[in-house]
Design a protein around this ligand. Structure first.
Ligand code: KDO
Length: 336
């Protein structure tokens, strides 16, 4: 934790000292504004599609939306730094990545906290978010415009169910489960009972096909979009994280826009998030049959056992210690 807090202070002092670009972008004020967006997601991912089809056209009158996919422009997890330094304008970022700078964001990356997509939206729009948003904007120069739904994450393994029937966290003991490469993700993997291994998203397919990893966790639409079903045999529907991403934009770029442009950008982000959310929910509801047709066994383990075990790991953890008082209760109060 000390390392991350130091990094946070370093960024704040770099902004204060002017080492990090917080000046107006080159194309502002009546000229075309360049909005380069970097993600490790694919072009066909529902979030990418929603941004390209809804956000891009909505801002086209004054800004050029320029997406790059599959981590071709920036490695997964380096996008926030890139925005901070003025090398990138937008990304689809995660609470886990934000927790690298601001540990309190781990509350939104904790297993079994968000209940569903609607709960995520209520949480994001609640006054409880204000201090979180202000911190990211003031200390990192990044504005979080809207919340996107990534979906319910499940455990997806190479082993057949005959080889490994996952009912409780104890069944995952020794399973080499790929989780994205930040502390909050690794903690969640261990909380599930597995042996978590960090690996970039773009390497997961190869990792699964060579056996470098036993499995990975992602929502069903991602398993299908990235063809992980070709190199895995089972999915235990653990629903351990109702996952989200934030549409992030450079505060310097946003603040250099006219109030009308800012309003258009905000509305465009909300509209894209909403379209992407509906599409992702639709996919989640329809993909089990496709996966089964492709030889993947999909089943529900003992969810109470997973929930209890995961929640117990967070109690007294360094992550829980960083959560502002009362926020978990406020999030729970916004649930169903
Ligand atoms: C992943 O690496 O497993 C993950 O699903 C983590 C998310 O936060 C998000 O970054 C996502 O990858 C990418 O957008 C690729 O879909």
């Amino acid at each position: 934790m000390t390392l991350k807090l130091t990094r946070r202070l370093a960024i704040a002092s770099m902004i204060a000292a002017g080492t990090i670009a917080v000046s107006a972008p080159a194309f502002a004020d009546g000229h075309q504004i360049q909005l380069r967006m970097a993600t490790s997601g694919s072009e066909t991912d529902a979030r990418s599609v929603a941004l390209a089809e809804v956000f891009g056209p909505a801002v086209a009158g004054f800004a050029s939306y320029e997406p790059s996919y599959n981590a071709t422009l920036f490695d997964q997890g380096t996008e926030l730094d890139a925005i901070s330094r003025g090398n990138l304008e937008m990304s689809i970022t995660s609470a886990q990545e934000l927790a690298q700078f601001f540990p309190e964001f781990s509350i939104f990356a904790t297993g079994y906290v968000h209940q569903d997509a609607a709960h995520q939206v209520r949480v994001f729009n609640d006054p409880l978010m204000a201090p979180f948003l202000a911190t990211v904007e003031e200390e990192l120069g990044v504005k979080l415009l809207s919340v996107m739904y990534l979906g319910q994450r499940h455990v997806n393994l190479r082993q057949t169910r005959e080889e490994l029937d996952v009912q409780t966290p104890a069944d995952l003991a020794g399973v080499n489960l790929r989780m994205p490469g930040t502390d909050a993700w690794q903690f969640l993997g261990a909380a599930l009972g597995a042996a978590p291994t960090p690996m970039a998203f773009t390497e997961v397919y190869t990792g699964l096909s060579t056996g470098a990893i036993d499995g990975q966790d992602n929502p069903l639409p991602t398993v299908v979009d990235r063809k992980f079903y070709e190199v895995t045999n089972q999915i235990a529907l653990t629903s351990h994280l109702v996952d989200l991403n934030y549409i992030a934009i450079s505060a310097a770029t946003f603040n250099a826009m006219t109030p009308e442009q800012q309003l258009t950008v905000q509305k465009a982000a909300d509209a894209a998030a909403s379209v992407g959310r509906l599409r992702q929910l639709e996919l989640e509801g329809s993909l089990i049959a496709f996966l089964e047709d492709n030889g993947v066994e999909v089943y529900t383990p003992d969810l109470a056992a997973f929930r209890e075990h995961v929640q117990a790991q967070y109690v007294g953890s360094e992550f829980a210690a960083s959560w502002p008082e009362g926020v978990l209760d406020a999030i729970n109060a916004l649930g169903n």
